[in-house]
Design a protein around this ligand. Structure first.
Ligand code: TMP
Length: 224
Protein backbone atom coordinates (compact mmCIF):
# COMPACT_ATOMS: atom_id res chain seq x y z
CA UNK A 1 0.00 0.00 0.00
CA UNK A 2 1.49 3.41 -0.89
CA UNK A 3 2.43 5.36 2.22
CA UNK A 4 2.52 2.26 4.46
CA UNK A 5 -0.14 0.69 6.68
CA UNK A 6 -3.12 2.81 7.77
CA UNK A 7 -2.99 4.67 11.07
CA UNK A 8 -4.36 2.37 13.76
CA UNK A 9 -7.04 4.77 15.00
CA UNK A 10 -7.98 6.59 11.80
CA UNK A 11 -10.80 4.35 10.65
CA UNK A 12 -12.18 2.67 13.77
CA UNK A 13 -14.67 3.92 16.31
CA UNK A 14 -13.26 3.89 19.81
CA UNK A 15 -16.20 3.59 22.17
CA UNK A 16 -14.12 3.38 25.35
CA UNK A 17 -12.53 6.29 27.17
CA UNK A 18 -8.85 7.01 27.64
CA UNK A 19 -8.18 9.14 30.71
CA UNK A 20 -4.57 10.06 31.39
CA UNK A 21 -2.99 11.36 34.59
CA UNK A 22 0.04 13.61 34.29
CA UNK A 23 2.39 15.64 36.45
CA UNK A 24 5.96 15.89 37.69
CA UNK A 25 7.45 13.14 39.85
CA UNK A 26 5.99 13.40 43.38
CA UNK A 27 2.72 15.07 42.28
CA UNK A 28 0.61 12.16 43.59
CA UNK A 29 -0.46 10.48 40.34
CA UNK A 30 -0.47 6.94 41.73
CA UNK A 31 -2.51 7.91 44.78
CA UNK A 32 -5.08 9.66 42.61
CA UNK A 33 -5.17 6.80 40.09
CA UNK A 34 -6.00 4.23 42.79
CA UNK A 35 -8.68 6.44 44.37
CA UNK A 36 -10.19 7.29 41.00
CA UNK A 37 -10.40 3.64 40.01
CA UNK A 38 -12.45 2.92 43.13
CA UNK A 39 -14.65 6.00 42.67
CA UNK A 40 -15.38 5.09 39.05
CA UNK A 41 -16.31 1.54 40.03
CA UNK A 42 -18.76 2.96 42.58
CA UNK A 43 -20.31 4.96 39.74
CA UNK A 44 -20.74 1.83 37.63
CA UNK A 45 -17.73 2.43 35.38
CA UNK A 46 -15.36 -0.52 35.13
CA UNK A 47 -11.96 0.99 34.41
CA UNK A 48 -8.52 -0.54 34.00
CA UNK A 49 -5.41 1.07 35.46
CA UNK A 50 -2.18 1.09 33.44
CA UNK A 51 1.09 2.95 33.59
CA UNK A 52 3.69 4.30 31.20
CA UNK A 53 6.26 3.31 30.34
CA UNK A 54 4.87 -0.19 30.83
CA UNK A 55 1.50 -1.91 30.83
CA UNK A 56 2.56 -4.73 28.50
CA UNK A 57 5.60 -6.99 28.66
CA UNK A 58 7.77 -5.28 26.04
CA UNK A 59 7.05 -1.83 27.43
CA UNK A 60 7.81 -2.97 31.01
CA UNK A 61 11.24 -4.13 29.73
CA UNK A 62 11.80 -0.71 28.16
CA UNK A 63 10.82 0.84 31.50
CA UNK A 64 13.62 -1.05 33.26
CA UNK A 65 16.07 0.10 30.62
CA UNK A 66 15.09 3.74 30.55
CA UNK A 67 15.03 4.13 34.35
CA UNK A 68 18.35 2.39 34.98
CA UNK A 69 20.81 4.92 36.52
CA UNK A 70 23.74 2.75 35.38
CA UNK A 71 22.98 3.37 31.68
CA UNK A 72 23.94 6.26 29.47
CA UNK A 73 20.87 7.33 27.46
CA UNK A 74 20.96 10.46 25.29
CA UNK A 75 17.93 12.75 24.93
CA UNK A 76 16.98 11.47 21.46
CA UNK A 77 17.38 7.83 22.44
CA UNK A 78 15.32 8.54 25.56
CA UNK A 79 12.48 10.07 23.50
CA UNK A 80 12.58 7.10 21.11
CA UNK A 81 12.56 4.54 23.92
CA UNK A 82 9.49 6.11 25.56
CA UNK A 83 7.82 6.31 22.14
CA UNK A 84 8.63 2.65 21.41
CA UNK A 85 7.17 1.53 24.74
CA UNK A 86 4.09 3.64 23.97
CA UNK A 87 3.65 2.26 20.44
CA UNK A 88 3.55 -1.28 21.80
CA UNK A 89 1.12 -0.37 24.59
CA UNK A 90 -1.22 1.34 22.11
CA UNK A 91 -1.22 -1.57 19.67
CA UNK A 92 -1.33 -4.43 22.18
CA UNK A 93 -3.56 -3.06 24.92
CA UNK A 94 -5.07 0.40 24.47
CA UNK A 95 -6.69 0.10 21.05
CA UNK A 96 -8.26 -3.32 21.68
CA UNK A 97 -9.63 -2.11 25.03
CA UNK A 98 -10.94 1.18 23.65
CA UNK A 99 -12.56 -0.60 20.70
CA UNK A 100 -14.26 -2.94 23.20
CA UNK A 101 -15.72 0.06 25.04
CA UNK A 102 -13.47 -0.10 28.11
CA UNK A 103 -12.28 2.81 30.22
CA UNK A 104 -8.53 3.05 30.71
CA UNK A 105 -6.93 5.13 33.44
CA UNK A 106 -3.39 5.68 32.26
CA UNK A 107 -0.62 6.95 34.53
CA UNK A 108 1.33 9.11 31.97
CA UNK A 109 1.08 9.19 28.16
CA UNK A 110 2.31 11.43 25.30
CA UNK A 111 2.17 14.62 27.40
CA UNK A 112 4.92 13.16 29.63
CA UNK A 113 7.22 12.92 26.62
CA UNK A 114 6.29 16.44 25.49
CA UNK A 115 7.05 17.83 28.96
CA UNK A 116 10.08 15.69 29.92
CA UNK A 117 11.84 15.15 26.58
CA UNK A 118 10.39 18.10 24.63
CA UNK A 119 10.70 20.79 27.33
CA UNK A 120 12.91 19.18 29.99
CA UNK A 121 15.59 17.79 27.65
CA UNK A 122 15.15 20.66 25.19
CA UNK A 123 14.28 18.51 22.15
CA UNK A 124 11.30 20.78 21.46
CA UNK A 125 7.63 20.01 22.01
CA UNK A 126 6.84 19.96 18.27
CA UNK A 127 9.59 17.46 17.37
CA UNK A 128 8.58 15.09 20.17
CA UNK A 129 4.90 15.50 19.24
CA UNK A 130 5.64 14.37 15.65
CA UNK A 131 7.54 11.33 16.90
CA UNK A 132 4.61 10.41 19.14
CA UNK A 133 2.00 10.88 16.43
CA UNK A 134 3.87 8.17 14.55
CA UNK A 135 4.10 5.98 17.68
CA UNK A 136 0.43 6.22 18.65
CA UNK A 137 -1.22 6.69 15.25
CA UNK A 138 -2.57 10.01 16.62
CA UNK A 139 -4.38 8.42 19.57
CA UNK A 140 -5.27 11.24 21.96
CA UNK A 141 -6.79 10.97 25.46
CA UNK A 142 -10.43 11.93 25.97
CA UNK A 143 -9.33 13.81 29.07
CA UNK A 144 -6.07 14.48 30.88
CA UNK A 145 -5.85 15.29 34.57
CA UNK A 146 -2.72 17.35 35.18
CA UNK A 147 -1.60 17.40 38.82
CA UNK A 148 0.20 20.67 39.48
CA UNK A 149 2.40 21.14 42.52
CA UNK A 150 5.13 23.60 43.43
CA UNK A 151 8.62 22.33 42.68
CA UNK A 152 9.84 22.07 46.30
CA UNK A 153 6.86 20.04 47.52
CA UNK A 154 7.07 17.70 44.50
CA UNK A 155 10.77 17.10 45.10
CA UNK A 156 10.24 16.49 48.82
CA UNK A 157 7.43 14.00 48.13
CA UNK A 158 9.38 12.19 45.38
CA UNK A 159 12.46 11.99 47.63
CA UNK A 160 10.41 10.72 50.58
CA UNK A 161 9.36 7.45 48.89
CA UNK A 162 12.34 5.57 50.26
CA UNK A 163 13.61 3.90 47.04
CA UNK A 164 16.85 4.98 45.39
CA UNK A 165 16.23 7.67 42.76
CA UNK A 166 16.01 6.32 39.19
CA UNK A 167 17.84 7.86 36.20
CA UNK A 168 15.21 10.56 35.66
CA UNK A 169 14.73 11.35 39.34
CA UNK A 170 18.46 12.10 39.60
CA UNK A 171 17.99 15.20 37.41
CA UNK A 172 18.42 18.61 39.00
CA UNK A 173 15.93 21.37 39.85
CA UNK A 174 16.45 23.12 36.49
CA UNK A 175 15.26 20.05 34.58
CA UNK A 176 12.08 19.72 36.67
CA UNK A 177 11.37 23.46 36.37
CA UNK A 178 11.45 23.09 32.55
CA UNK A 179 9.21 20.00 32.74
CA UNK A 180 6.72 21.91 34.89
CA UNK A 181 6.80 24.85 32.47
CA UNK A 182 6.27 22.42 29.58
CA UNK A 183 3.15 21.01 31.25
CA UNK A 184 1.78 24.53 31.80
CA UNK A 185 2.30 25.32 28.12
CA UNK A 186 0.48 22.14 27.08
CA UNK A 187 -2.46 22.96 29.38
CA UNK A 188 -2.67 26.44 27.88
CA UNK A 189 -2.72 25.00 24.36
CA UNK A 190 -5.44 22.42 25.04
CA UNK A 191 -7.66 23.61 27.91
CA UNK A 192 -10.60 21.45 26.85
CA UNK A 193 -8.63 18.19 27.14
CA UNK A 194 -6.05 19.03 29.82
CA UNK A 195 -7.59 19.96 33.17
CA UNK A 196 -5.31 21.24 35.91
CA UNK A 197 -5.74 19.99 39.44
CA UNK A 198 -4.24 21.49 42.60
CA UNK A 199 -2.13 18.59 43.85
CA UNK A 200 -1.15 20.37 47.07
CA UNK A 201 -4.69 19.69 48.41
CA UNK A 202 -5.44 16.62 50.62
CA UNK A 203 -6.07 13.36 48.66
CA UNK A 204 -9.89 13.50 49.11
CA UNK A 205 -9.96 17.00 47.65
CA UNK A 206 -7.70 15.98 44.74
CA UNK A 207 -10.13 13.12 44.00
CA UNK A 208 -13.10 15.49 44.19
CA UNK A 209 -11.47 17.85 41.70
CA UNK A 210 -10.62 14.95 39.38
CA UNK A 211 -14.23 13.66 39.39
CA UNK A 212 -15.49 17.17 38.72
CA UNK A 213 -13.22 17.37 35.67
CA UNK A 214 -14.55 14.03 34.39
CA UNK A 215 -18.23 14.72 35.19
CA UNK A 216 -19.35 15.23 31.57
CA UNK A 217 -17.85 11.88 30.53
CA UNK A 218 -19.45 9.85 33.33
CA UNK A 219 -22.77 8.05 32.92
CA UNK A 220 -25.59 10.09 34.45
CA UNK A 221 -26.68 8.80 37.85
CA UNK A 222 -30.37 7.91 38.13
CA UNK A 223 -32.19 10.63 40.13
CA UNK A 224 -33.66 8.08 42.59
P1 TMP B 1 6.94 6.88 37.00
O1 TMP B 1 6.11 5.87 36.34
O2 TMP B 1 7.47 6.46 38.31
O3 TMP B 1 6.33 8.23 37.00
O4 TMP B 1 8.31 6.94 36.16
C1 TMP B 1 8.40 7.30 34.88
C2 TMP B 1 9.55 8.25 34.74
O5 TMP B 1 9.80 8.42 33.37
C3 TMP B 1 9.26 9.63 35.31
O6 TMP B 1 10.45 10.19 35.83
C4 TMP B 1 8.85 10.42 34.10
C5 TMP B 1 9.61 9.78 33.00
N1 TMP B 1 8.95 9.80 31.69
C6 TMP B 1 9.49 10.56 30.68
O7 TMP B 1 10.50 11.22 30.86
N2 TMP B 1 8.87 10.54 29.46
C7 TMP B 1 7.76 9.78 29.20
O8 TMP B 1 7.25 9.79 28.08
C8 TMP B 1 7.22 8.99 30.30
C9 TMP B 1 6.01 8.16 30.06
C10 TMP B 1 7.84 9.03 31.51
Amino acid sequence: MPGGSPLPCAAVVLTGKLITIEGVDGAGKSTLAAALLEALTQRGVEARLMREPGGVQTSERVRELVKDPALQVGARAEALLYAAARAQLVEEALLPALKAGEWILLDRFVDSSLAYQGAGRGLGIEAVARLNEFATGHLSPHRTLLLMLDADTARRRAGGRGDAPDRLEQEGAGFFARVRQGYLELAEREPERIRMIDASAPPEEVLRQALEQLADLLPQRAPW
